[in-house]
Structure formats: C-alpha cells, structure tokens
Design a protein around this ligand. Structure first.
Ligand code: ADP
Ligand code: MG
Ligand code: ZN
Length: 478
C-alpha cells in the first residue's frame, strides 16, 4: 500500500480590515465582539464591499505558487448553520476560484501540485465555558482567508509536514500571513488514504484509483500534522489488514490522547447548496493587474536556496537555516556584500547573531550589517581574537555602538606588540617553575597550560598562536 495525502490549508491574510467590511482584521486578543459592524454581524440589508488589498494578497500567494489566474472569478454562498456564522452562509469561492493549477517545490526537490487557491471569509469563534454555556465572539467573522488546496501528491506524513513548512515560509516571505499555527492564522485539514502500491488506472486516463479518503482536522502545529497523519496511516492500515473497510469521514486530532476520533460522516458539496452571491459582482483580474502583482513578488525561498548554493557554495544546512526567514536571509546578504566570505559570515550568524536574536525575542537584528562585517574583518586581520570578537559582537548588538569604538574603549585590541607579549610570557614562566621543569623533562603538553596562563593574564587579548610560538621559543632558550 502507498500513502496518499492532500492538504487543504487556510491562511489568514494580514490586511488591516476584513474581507467585506471596514472592521479591523487585527482581532487577536481584543475584547469579544468589539471588531464588528452590521456587515460582519450579518444584519439584514447590510451589503458586502470587497477589500482590494485582500485580493492583491491572494494574488501574491497564487502567483508565488505558479498558479494560472482566470480572468474572472466568482464569490459564492456556502450555506450551513452554526452559531459562529451569523449570516447562515460563508462567502467563499466555489466553481470559479481566483487561481488554479499551480505547484510548490519542496526543499527535497519534490513538486506538489496545487489544485486551487481561493478567497473566503473566516467564521467567528465559540467559547464553551465550564458551566455549559457557549459564548459567541464575532471579531474573527469576516477576516480574509485564502484556501490553498493541494492535489493528493504527498506520499508520507513527513512530506506533508515539509509541504506545510515550505508553504508557511512562502506566505511569510510574501508578508501576507503571520503563519502562526497556534493562534490559528495558518490552519490545515489533511486528507489521507491508502491505495494499492501499483496505481490502477480508472476509466479516465489521467486519474488513478485512490483509496477511501479520511479528512483530519484540529491540528495546530507542524508536529501535530505529522503525528495525526502517522496515527491515521497506521489505523487505516490495520483496519484494511483485518479485512475491514474504511468509511469516508472527518476525524478530529486529539492532542491529549494523540489519536484521531470520529467527528462526522462524509459531507458532499451539495449539502452546502452553493450559489453565486447576488450581492457581489464577479471579480475581474486583467493582465495588467496580474503582471503588476507578479513583478512585486520578492525572491522566494526555493529560488534563494538554489541561487545561494550556486553563488555562495554554502552547505545545505546553512542555507536552510539562513533562508528560513526573509529578514535573516537579507541580513546575511548585506553582510556578505561588505565582507566577502560567505562561510565565515554564515558561521558567525548561526553561532552568535541568531543566538543573540533568540534572546531578544524579536525578528529584527539590531546589529547593523556593517558592524557585523567589521567584527569579522577585525578577526581575519588579527586585530582581535575570536573570544574578544564574540564580546564585541554582543556589545555592538546590544548597544548599537561601532565595533572599533568598543575595541578602543575597552582596550580589547590584541597584544601584537612583541616586546609587551615577551614581558608577559617571561613573567608567566617565572611564576610557573614546575610547568617549566615538566616541559624540560619532555612533557610538552604543558605548553597549553602556559598558553592559558598568558591568556588569563592578558584577559584574552593575546594572540593565541603568537603566544604559543613565543612560549616555545623562550622555553627552548631557558
Ligand atoms: P472536495 O473537497 O471538493 O471533495 P477533494 O475531496 O477531491 O475535493 O479534495 C480535497 C482534498 O483532498 C484535496 O487536497 C485533495 O488533494 C485531497 N484528496 C482527494 N482525494 C484524496 C485521496 N484519495 N487521498 C488523500 N487525499 C485526497
Ligand atoms: Mg474538501
Ligand atoms: Zn464588520
């Protein structure tokens, strides 16, 4: 059996206002029902007005995913009754979506086809209290979403996770979604089935026979997606091995028990009684609009990875870490422009700069690229050693001061003056007669101890290599 997975992803767009009204879409943490108006409360007679920025963001995503953009798309009403949906229907897109037939390339080289990308509005939120009361908060009702539907091209839970991670990266590069899965800004419904190892052709030549599809909901982390799919893959395999049959259904991932549980049976699109929303005109996207958005796209993670491997010859691991977030990637490139040693810059960024960044819990690196480059230059020219460089980097990171200024103020320049160093070396030798005697009797390893003593006396400012050479010279002279 082979595993077949397709994902339906919802991404909240970072627009200022909602999809069809001027309420603020920045609802997270706001008091309940404060971001509402007659339109998103579903009052009779209130009319929707399409948010152009939301269309532009959706177009960005669709074009970044290499989709075709039909000239015309249509908004439809998806009817269902639930207290978080005040109108009794959700405005979505159905048979004429914004974008179709795209793809997303994973870092592994796998290409996953995208079936469609469409725009829709989010529903409100329900809060079930301990005393059995359910409260309704409509701040989220009407917040713009895009739904990105993949073809069933993913062949393992791990691959599904990689797809989600790459999709998140793309959306964040575009600046159109925060990608926060815990807050629910990025959500995923996963469809999984098991099919015969040899895909059997159906009557339609482009179609292969697939197994019974199970949809899983309620995963709010990458880990949960992978674990839920692993569990379900296993469960389905066991049912089939026992000679049982699977029924098409929707199941919920239970984070606590780490199992999927039945939620509801198969639902058909007929149940939603879709029809074109008579309050909204068809959305027309001409070539000029599409091209304008296409031109505005930044270099995307996949393109960056390929170019960096070529241009900077960095290991795959370094590339993965440094291209994860766009500001980090751009920072790396600004530093390399000033100090042309990509591997050196990569090492310092991964070991020091990113560590400092993590401590500050912001995404913007306060250390100026020119300051970072300057520290690296000072190390390579021997003006400061690596230990001191770390200190200077941290200080510059935290205070914004120029590295040269810090080195001068603190007297951190390496002791490169031969006579000054010789004086210290002689003093250390005089204070450590036992080590000197050991050396003389053949225990040359004590040299490291003596070197350490010199570093200690100088507060780390002595050049380690020079110190070692001078120690050897003086010891042999003794
Ligand atoms: P609809 O929701 O309109 O019924 P589908 O069920 O065909 O459309 O597709 C919904 C999602 O399920 C898509 O992401 C698709 O890739 C995936 N999918 C469809 N068939 C299967 C299958 N047999 N196994 C796993 N995923 C599937
Ligand atoms: Mg579906
Ligand atoms: Zn509103």
């Amino acid at each position: 059996m082979r595993t077949v997975i397709g994902l339906e992803v919802h991404a909240q767009l970072l627009t200022q206002t909602k999809l069809f009204c001027s309420c603020s879409a920045d609802y997270f943490g706001a008091p309940p029902n404060t971001h509402t108006c007659p339109v998103c409360l579903g009052m009779p007679g209130a009319l929707p007005v399409l948010n152009e920025r939301a269309v532009e963001y959706a177009l960005k995503a669709a074009l970044a995913l290499h989709c075709e953009i039909p000239r015309r798309s249509l908004f439809a009403r998806k009817n269902y009754f639930y207290p978080d949906l005040p109108k009794g229907y959700q405005i979505s897109q159905y048979d004429e979506p914004l974008a179709v037939r795209g793809y997303l390339d994973l870092p592994t080289g796998k290409r996953v086809r995208i079936r469609r990308v469409h725009l829709e509005e989010d529903a409100g939120k329900l809060l079930h209290t301990e005393d059995g009361v359910t409260l309704v908060d409509l701040n989220r009702a009407g917040v713009p979403l895009i739904e990105i539907v993949s073809e069933p091209d993913l062949s393992s839970p791990k691959e599904a996770r990689l797809y989600m991670e790459e999709l998140r990266r793309v959306l964040r590069y575009l600046g159109i979604c925060s990608g926060d899965m815990e807050e629910g800004s990025l959500r995923c419904d996963a469809n999984i089935s098991l099919a015969p190892a040899e895909p059997a052709k159906t009557s339609r030549p482009d179609e292969v026979w697939l197994g019974t599809k199970i949809e899983i909901k309620n995963m709010n982390s990458f880990r949960a997606i992978e674990e839920a799919l692993k569990f379900e893959e296993h469960r389905q395999r066991e049912v089939l091995a026992r000679g049982g049959t699977l029924i098409q259904e929707t199941r919920l991932w239970n984070e606590k028990t780490e199992q999927t549980e039945p939620m509801r049976g198969k639902e058909e699109s007929e149940d939603y009684r879709y029809f074109p929303d008579p309050d909204l005109v068809p959305l027309e996207i001409d070539d000029a609009w599409r091209e304008r958005v296409k031109k505005s796209l930044p270099e995307l993670p996949a393109q960056k990875r390929v170019r960096w491997a070529h241009e900077y010859k960095l290991p795959e691991y370094d590339i993965a870490v440094l291209t994860e977030e766009r500001p980090i990637a751009e920072y790396f490139e600004s530093v390399v422009k000033l100090y042309n040693n990509p591997k050196d810059v990569s090492n310092w960024m991964m070991s020091e700069v990113l560590k400092l960044l993590k401590e500050t819990q912001t995404t913007e690196i306060p250390l100026k690229p020119e300051h970072c480059a300057r520290v690296l230059q000072m190390v390579s020219s021997g003006q400061i050693n690596r230990t001191v460089a770390k200190e200077v980097l941290e200080e510059s990171f935290k205070t914004g001061k120029a590295p040269d200024e810090i080195v001068q103020e603190k007297g951190l320049s390496q002791i490169s003056d031969e006579s000054a160093l010789a004086e210290i070396v002689m003093k250390v030798l005089a204070e450590n007669p036992k080590a000197v005697a050991d050396f003389k009797s053949g225990k040359e390893a004590v040299i490291s101890f003596l070197q350490g003593q010199v570093m200690k006396v100088t507060g780390g400012k002595a050049d380690p290599k020079r110190t070692r050479d001078m120690l050897l010279r003086k010891l042999r002279e003794l």
